[in-house]
Design a protein around this ligand. Structure first.
Ligand SMILES: Cc1cc2nc3c(=O)[nH]c(=O)nc-3n(C[C@H](O)[C@H](O)[C@H](O)COP(=O)(O)O)c2cc1C
Length: 348
């Protein structure tokens, strides 16, 4: 399974390994640099089926920190294009980008809010800070909500031009889209708050707007937090309902993460702790899912796929430790996988 290709629209992934998006906090003015070129390039040399570039802000306030990546201007898209071209020309990997807006969780460093003068005034659906000691975020007006939808659309347009194969919308971990989904961070009384239909409206509008920029050669993924582990918060049944609707809106895969929206919530951690969420959404909403979270071993990844719990395996910390996990797994399992021709004398 791990080395069985899979298609999303016309995008064929050679294997099921995905480099999960990971902020590197190493950009200046949102620009990718040599570090990112080597960082993503090396995972392509490691045979990873799909690389997803870290959370990338659709506007300056959409970043978590001053050193997060951005894609609100042509210069930023041009730097990313170089990485995309390297990956396409020197490996069999596909490469995607996670489009993000931090909302009330922006303007930070090391998870601590920084002053407006050094950062910015954060935005959110409602005047509720992530942590009580933080500034009250600016509440987006309806017109400003629509402007954020346009920011995602414009970013998607630039990502398409840069040559990405997959766009992933970041709707998890308590960032802006998740803030709209959750009744604990969204207490609006207009069309974007209250009922389930209203709370998901922002995400659905983003999905539709982004899809207008895509074609059959670029797939669309959405990362959500399957649950936020909080009483009366967003939970798995709503995730299943949302996934059914996203499927109707031509979303190709739900990347199932969890948590991040409610400060101080304890996440029960164990190997594959989010796999049950991926499994439930896959089976009840009948949509492809990605499993992520403490998946470190090739045999565990294979088991998840064999059991029908997910279609893709997203790995984050393990692929930082081992950029060659995909190719190494193929040696263990005696399967075919891309290995740079320059390295063939090392093939096991
Ligand atoms: C350094 C680092 C940065 C991360 N940045 C992002 C990000 O940009 N977007 C995102 O959705 N998740 C982010 N995550 C979460 C990972 O994608 C992943 O979901 C999480 O680490 C669990 O997977 P793991 O156990 O394989 O590390 C980050 C994780 C790490 C360790």
């Amino acid at each position: 399974m791990l080395y069985t290709p899979i298609r999303f629209r016309n995008v064929e992934l050679k294997n099921r390994w995905v480099m999960s998006p990971m902020c590197m906090y190493s950009a200046e003015n949102g620009l990718a640099n040599d570090f990112h070129f080597v960082h993503y390039g090396s995972r392509s040399q490691g045979g990873t089926g799909l690389i997803i570039v870290e959370a990338t802000g659709v506007e300056p306030r959409g970043r978590i920190t001053n050193h997060c990546m951005g894609i609100w201007n042509e210069e930023q898209a041009g730097k990313l294009q170089k990485i995309v071209e390297f990956v396409h020309q020197n490996s069999e990997s596909k490469i995607g980008i996670q489009l993000a807006h931090a909302g009330r969780k922006g303007s930070t460093w090391n998870n601590i809010q920084i002053p407006v003068e050094e950062g910015w005034e954060t935005v959110a659906p409602s005047p509720i800070p992530y942590h009580p000691t933080e500034r009250i975020p600016h509440v987006l007006t309806v017109e400003e909500v629509k402007e954020q939808v346009r920011n995602f659309k414009e970013a998607a347009k630039k990502a398409v031009k840069a040559g990405f194969d997959v766009i992933e919308i970041h709707a998890a971990h308590g960032y802006l889209v998740h803030q709209f989904l959750s009744p604990l961070s969204n207490i609006r009384t207009d069309d974007y708050g209250g009922s389930f239909e209203n709370r998901i409206r922002f995400l659905i509008e983003i999905v539709d707007a982004v899809n207008e920029e895509l074609n059959e050669n670029i797939a669309l993924f959405v990362r959500i937090s399957g649950t936020e582990y909080a009483e009366n918060g967003w939970e798995i049944d709503e995730s299943v309902e949302l996934a059914k609707i996203l499927k109707q809106h031509a979303v190709d895969l739900i990347d199932m993460s969890s948590g991040g929206n409610i400060h101080g919530m304890k996440i029960p951690l164990f190997d594959g702790y989010q796999v049950p969420l991926a499994s439930q959404v896959r089976n009840e909403a009948e949509i492809k899912t990605g499993a992520v979270g403490l998946i470190k071993k090739v045999s565990h990844a294979e088991d998840i796929l064999q059991k029908g719990d997910a279609d893709l395996i997203f790995i984050a910390r393990e692929i930082l430790r081992n950029p060659y996990i995909a190719v190494q797994g193929s040696f263990e399992m005696k399967e075919d996988c891309f290995f740079p021709h320059q390295y063939l004398r090392a093939k096991i």
